[in-house]
Write a protein that binds this ligand. Structure first.
Ligand code: PLP
Length: 421
């Protein structure tokens, strides 16, 4: 793992943020949709991929591809080395101390299910409370409901205020001596709220609970340091951090992962198998049954290195500026209502418009080349909280520009004209 240790050093961030240079790295951004330049504002669902990720994936499939860990031949050694290097890059990306604390999974959804089923089923008991917030994605609701049905935990929900913020008081009010586990989003995919998770992690730990942070919407936009946060688990998805689809990450503290039973059984995750008994491999392999998404992991390694090369502080600053530009621009459109107005927000604007269904907004702006998402964003309970069934959502990333925001605003005015208001 010498190569892995070598790559634990952080690459120096670019001295200045150059959006045109970043845009040049993303081939998909340079195309027309219905005769108009593409404005890609659906980054909350999935981001586009930089050339370095595309090239890395292509190179590994074309030249270095083989299964990992079990071959005595050169290609398998190459693939294994690259796969484990990727693990080390990801450990560095989120500030984990040890690559063994990085488990490769399909995405955030699988990571949370793994924790609910492995940690939850082994460590929690009937009557223990699991606390989530009202603005969670279904991926951080349903696994806990399934656990509730299986072992009788109690699922509690901390409400958000009208701006879409989880306050310390609202959270404290739901904590009790029975709270054993807290699972919170870092950034809300439906509202854009950046949750000050550090406070909640500290409060949960003081109450004796373990904490999982759903970082699906955070990892590409804010600096994540799991050691400084001291969270017990952190999950994110490759496809939202400019990496491949089908690969994601579960970070877990080593002692917790070691104490947890495997989630799935099969090849790769064992030490020895007889018909009488099986012993398991050490972490992280204990949780990686079967052939992993080898090239996905390698591609994700390239993606996080690319993001780190730009620097997430620089990205956060740039995106904040975009948000400050886009918020009043959208709010100036008569009849448009933003859903989610937290003081600390990612560059994500969820909105409804009088007399136009969110799906119609999505369709009309697509005719202008602008890609936004429309729907409940897999967060139905928070939609209900705001009395809407769907919103249109523009979720911006580091390669978006103010000119693109202007194009969205123009497209929304077209939608208003079409609906005669
Ligand atoms: N959590 C949040 C906050 C999300 O935004 C998403 C995806 O939109 C998920 C979890 C699930 O991610 P995935 O579908 O990659 O597993």
């Amino acid at each position: 793992m010498n190569g892995a240790i070598e790559s634990l050093k952080r690459p120096a961030p670019q001295p200045t943020f150059d959006v045109e240079r970043i845009r040049a790295d993303f081939p998909a951004l340079h195309q027309e949709i219905r005769g108009k330049p593409l404005v890609y504002f659906d980054n909350g669902a999935s981001t586009q991929k930089p050339k370095v990720v595309l090239d890395t994936v292509q190179r590994y499939y074309a030249r270095d591809y083989s299964n990992v860990h079990r071959g005595a031949h050169t290609l398998s050694e190459r693939a294994t080395e690259a796969f484990e290097q990727a693990r080390a890059k990801i450990a560095r990306f989120i500030g984990a101390g040890d690559p063994d604390e990085i488990v490769f999974v399909r995405g955030t959804t699988e990571a949370i299910n793994l924790v609910a089923q492995s940690y939850g089923r082994s460590q929690l008991r009937e009557g223990d409370e699991v606390l989530i917030s009202e603005m969670e994605h279904h991926a951080n609701i349903v696994p806990w409901q399934m656990l509730r049905d299986q072992i009788g935990i109690v699922l509690k929900v901390a409400p958000v205020n009208d701006a879409g913020e989880l306050t310390l008081d609202a959270f404290q009010a739901q904590l009790s001596e029975r709270t054993r586990f807290v699972a919170l989003t870092h950034v809300s995919n439906a509202l854009g709220t950046i949750v000050p998770v550090q406070h909640f992690i500290d409060m949960a730990h003081d109450a004796g609970a373990r904490v999982l942070i759903d970082g699906a919407q955070a990892a590409a936009h804010v600096n994540v340091d799991v050691k400084a946060l001291d969270c017990d688990f952190y999950a994110f998805s490759g496809h939202k951090v400019f990496g491949p689809t089908g690969i994601g990450v579960l970070y877990g503290k080593a002692d917790l992962l070691r104490a947890m039973p495997p989630y799935q059984g099969g090849g790769e995750m064992i030490r020895e198998v007889t018909f009488a008994k099986t012993t398991y491999a050490d972490i992280p392999h204990k949780f990686e049954a079967g052939t992993p998404h080898i090239v996905g992991a390698i591609g994700l390694g390239a993606a996080v290195e690319y993001v780190d090369g730009i620097g997430r502080d620089a990205i956060a600053e740039y995106e904040h500026d975009l948000l400050n530009y886009a918020t009043p621009a959208l709010q100036s459109i008569p009849g448009l209502r933003l859903i989610g107005t937290a003081e600390h927000k990612a560059a994500l604007l969820s909105f409804v418009m009088d007399g136009i269904h969110a799906h119609d907004i999505g369709t009309i702006v697509d005719h202008e080349g602008v890609a936004v998402r429309a729907g409940h964003h897999c967060a139905m309970p928070i939609m209900t909280r705001y009395g809407v069934i769907a919103t249109a959502r523009a979720s911006l990333a580091m390669y978006n520009t103010k000119q693109e925001v202007d194009l969205l605003v123009n497209a929304l005015y077209k939608a208003k004209e079409l609906f005669g208001r």
